[in-house]
Design a protein around this ligand. Structure first.
Ligand SMILES: Nc1ncnc2c1ncn2[C@@H]1O[C@H](COP(=O)(O)OP(=O)(O)OP(=O)(O)O)[C@@H](O)[C@H]1O
Length: 264
C-alpha cells in the first residue's frame, strides 16, 4: 500500500474554547517512520492521541487502514513516556495481559505464552520475564512497554516521547533497538519527540508543527538517509547535518521561542 495508510484530513481540535489544532492534513504510508516535533504545548500529544483514538476530533476525519478511527484499538498500540506497567505483575504478566486481550479468545495458553516470550525476546528481555517493574531499570521498563505494544502485532506503533526520561546512553541503545525491530517487523511508527537528533536518526519524515494555539503542520522534512543507519557514521555525514540544521532552523528561527527544552 502506498500513500494513505493513515489519512488525517482537515482535523481541528478544540478543548472547550481552546483551539489546539487547526486544519491538520497528513498521510502516512505503511511501514513509514514519522516523528512529530514542535515547541512544548503545540499539540503533538493531542495529534498522537487522535491517531490512537483516545480522543476524537472536533471536526475532520482520521482513517487507519481504510477504517475511520472511532476509538482505541490494538491495531494502534501506544507507548507512553512513563511506561505505565502494573507494579504487582511480573514483566511477563504485564505483556501477557495485552496478548490475552488481543489473542485470548482464539489461541491456547501455550500459544499466548509463546507470543509473550517472543515479544520480550524482541526487546532483549527474555531473561527478565519473572521480575517485577520495581526490580528493573527505567530503560528496561520502557522496553517492557515496547514489548507489550509490539506483542499485540499492531499495524501502527504510537510513541509519546518514549525515551524522554532516560539517560543519553540508554536512549541511544533503545533507539538502535527500535530501528532494528521496525526493520524486522515493518511496523508503521508515529513518535512524538523533543530530540532533534532522535528525529533525524529515526525518521523517514519529520513533521514540524507550528506553535499553538491553532497549531498546524509548519513544514515536513523528508529524511533520505539510507537504512540501516549508524549513529557514529551519521555524525560525520553532511546530509545528516543538513537535516539537523533544517529542523533547528524551523524550531528556533521560524517558530522561535527562547529557553525551550530541545535536545540539540
Ligand atoms: N484535555 C485537555 N484539556 C484542555 N486543554 C488541553 C487538553 N489536552 C491538551 N490541551 C492543551 O492543548 C495544547 C496542546 O497540548 P499537547 O499536550 O498536545 O502539546 P504537546 O506539543 O504534546 O506538549 P509537550 O511537548 O509539552 O508535551 C496545550 O495548550 C494544552 O494545554
Amino acid at each position: 500500500m502506498t500513500g494513505k495508510f493513515i489519512d488525517i484530513s482537515k482535523v481541528d481540535m478544540y478543548f472547550d474554547q481552546f483551539h489546539a489544532l487547526s486544519g491538520i492534513d497528513l498521510s502516512v504510508e505503511q511501514g513509514e517512520f514519522i516523528t512529530l516535533i514542535g515547541h512544548s504545548g503545540c499539540g503533538k500529544s493531542t495529534l498522537l492521541n487522535l491517531i490512537a483514538g483516545l480522543t476524537l476530533p472536533s471536526s475532520g476525519v482520521l482513517v487507519c487502514s481504510g477504517r475511520e478511527i472511532a476509538g482505541p484499538a490494538p491495531e494502534r498500540a501506544v507507548v507512553f513516556q512513563n511506561h505505565s506497567l502494573l507494579p504487582w505483575l511480573t514483566c511477563f504478566d504485564n505483556v501477557l495481559l495485552a496478548v490475552e486481550r488481543v489473542f485470548g479468545a482464539k489461541e491456547t495458553r501455550a500459544q499466548l505464552d509463546e507470543r509473550t516470550w517472543r515479544a520480550l525476546e524482541l526487546v532483549g528481555l527474555a531473561t527478565a520475564g519473572g521480575k517485577r517493574p520495581n526490580e528493573i531499570s527505567g530503560g528496561m521498563k520502557q522496553r517492557v512497554g515496547i514489548a507489550r505494544a509490539l506483542s499485540m502485532e499492531p499495524k501502527v506503533l504510537l510513541m509519546d516521547e518514549p525515551f524522554g526520561a532516560l539517560d543519553a546512553l540508554t536512549r541511544a541503545h533503545l533507539q538502535d533497538e527500535l530501528m532494528r525491530i521496525v526493520a524486522r517487523t515493518g511496523t508503521t511508527v508515529v513518535m512524538v519527540t523533543h530530540d532533534v537528533d532522535e528525529a533525524v536518526l529515526l525518521s523517514d519524515r519529520i513533521i514540524m508543527m507550528s506553535n499553538g494555539p491553532a497549531a498546524t503542520i509548519g513544514d515536513i522534512v523528508k529524511v533520505r538517509l539510507e537504512r540501516p543507519r549508524d549513529r557514529l557514521a551519521l555524525a560525520q555525514d553532511p546530509l545528516y547535518l543538513d537535516y539537523r540544521t533544517s529542523v533547528l532552523e524551523f524550531l528556533y528561527q521560524r517558530q522561535g521561542r527562547p529557553a525551550q527544552r530541545f535536545a540539540a
